[in-house]
Design a protein around this ligand. Structure first.
Ligand SMILES: Cc1cc2nc3c(=O)[nH]c(=O)nc-3n(C[C@H](O)[C@H](O)[C@H](O)COP(=O)(O)OP(=O)(O)OC[C@H]3O[C@@H](n4cnc5c(N)ncnc54)[C@H](O)[C@@H]3O)c2cc1C
Length: 411
């Protein structure tokens, strides 16, 4: 395995960020024969904020890459049913056996991100943890030509590359350094509190909605369930005498008393985690010598639990564009990404407003479901190397429509 702690002076591509987007992109590029360095300032196996749910398109890719079987071997339980509760009205959806996938999964990030990074290393990429990119190198024409990396012991390395890929999350250093424009921005953000629970018997994933609040229970590794609540920011404000856990319990009661009672009989493992929220955005994902993927390029409110699935899909769109190498390939990457990302952003933003009644929410969920079906078609096309449906989809949407005004603001 290529786990050398010192980077070389030159690569075909440097990927900043070794989680879902970065590790997946690096794996695909390395398999295509490119010399790839991945750097991440974090620790291998460290956790990150996430309620873990992967959607079908992402699971299909992980299955095709041979990564899914490692997640299963790591104790990730299959999820064969998902139930939406609109108030007291349950809508059950059994997961179909199709494309080699008969279940969904919600692996802990401490497992998923490591398995993907290991797959990148096995494909020939070099992965460096504890290494931070602080600066982008540019040539005389302004084209991005590499990065300056500070490694875990403080040594600075100048690393040149034909392409610098920012897979470095919503606060992307690469995106800021290259001045990637925000093309669309959301108007709303939800706030989320979640924790892990033992002893909660689940027959799959449960998503609960009541006016102004949401909750969910998602089975994950080690017999635990990730249970979250979502609310508008004004409800998240910590009030005197109300702890994070107290807020969590109140919102669960308001959303679904049955879940609250079930939690009463279960045991919380570890502390509660909180995310105060951030409005979604879609950034320009490429320029001279650089590209962005994952949350760095497209961040959505987590209410639709689609960030990782987006990151995996866009990793493959980007890797295919890069390895096609033709002029305009990155233009295609943007068009193909926007064919999905714009509508996912719009729907996530609407749902994150918490300004819906349950009938309207179901309409939004039906739109999401149709979009996800189209996304599965595209991921299926990756297998057969056909891009037709993606190109058609891109042509249909006509690219990025602004959600707010002004349309474009500098990052
Ligand atoms: C509360 C919450 C719940 C969520 N729940 C879900 C869910 O259920 N399902 C789902 O699909 N998505 C969910 N998401 C979204 C999901 O977590 C993200 O979409 C996903 O993590 C994006 O992956 P990424 O690889 O693009 O970026 P990240 O996971 O943000 O990884 C970026 C990496 O880049 C590294 N990095 C950053 N800057 C530098 C630098 N300068 N130098 C070196 N390294 C750097 C960081 O250390 C980090 O490891 C949730 C998000 C939140 C906040």
């Amino acid at each position: 395995m290529n786990t050398s702690a010192t980077p070389k002076a030159r690569y075909d591509a440097v990927v900043v960020g070794a989680r879902v987007a970065g590790a997946a992109t690096a794996r695909l590029l390395a398999r295509a024969g490119l010399r790839v360095l991945v750097v991440d300032r974090g620790r291998r196996g460290s956790d990150t904020l996430s309620t873990l749910a992967l959607m079908r398109a992402g699971v299909m890719q992980l299955h095709r890459w041979g990564v899914l079987e490692r997640l299963v071997a790591g104790g990730t339980p299959p999820i064969r049913r998902t139930t939406f509760h609109y108030g007291s009205e349950p809508v059950r959806v059994d997961i179909k056996d199709r494309d080699g996938v008969d279940a969904l999964f919600a692996p802990r990030r401490t497992l998923l991100d490591v398995v993907l990074a290991d797959a990148a290393v096995e494909s020939g990429a070099q992965v460096l943890y504890g290494a931070t990119v602080r600066e982008i190198l540019r040539g005389p024409t302004g084209r991005v030509q590499g990065v300056l990396v500070t490694d875990a012991v403080g040594r600075r390395h100048r690393v040149e590359a034909d392409l610098v890929i920012g897979a470095d999350g919503a606060r992307s250093t690469v995106g800021s350094a290259v001045g990637a424009r925000v093309l669309c921005a959301g108007k709303h953000r939800g706030a989320y509190v979640y924790s892990y629970w033992q002893g909660l018997e689940l027959d799959g994933t449960h998503w609960h909605y009541a006016p102004g609040v949401a909750a969910g229970a998602i089975p994950t590794n080690e017999g635990l369930a990730c249970v979250f609540v979502g609310m508008p920011p004004n409800r998240f404000r910590v009030r005197p005498g109300v702890s994070l856990d107290g807020l969590f319990q109140q919102v669960v009661w308001d959303c679904h008393p049955g879940l609250a009672r079930a939690l009463h009989a279960a045991r919380r493992v570890g502390k509660p985690y909180a995310f105060a929220g951030r409005e979604g955005f879609l950034r320009q994902p490429w320029g001279e010598g650089w590209a962005l993927v994952g949350d760095a390029a497209c961040f959505k409110d987590p209410i639709t639990a689609h960030g990782m699935t987006d990151a995996l899909r866009d990793a493959e769109l980007l890797a295919r564009a890069v390895t096609r190498g033709a002029t305009g390939a990155l233009v295609d990457y943007q068009a193909e990404r926007d064919a999905f990302a714009v509508e996912f952003l719009e729907l996530s933003d609407r749902i994150a407003s918490f300004d819906w009644d349950l009938d309207h929410l179901q309409v939004l969920h039906h739109r999401l479901s149709r979009l996800m079906a189209r996304e599965c078609e595209c991921v299926r096309d990756f297998d057969t190397s056909q891009h037709a449906s993606m190109r058609e989809a891109a042509d249909r949407t006509g690219g990025c429509r602004p959600l707010t005004s002004p349309v474009a603001v500098a990052v």
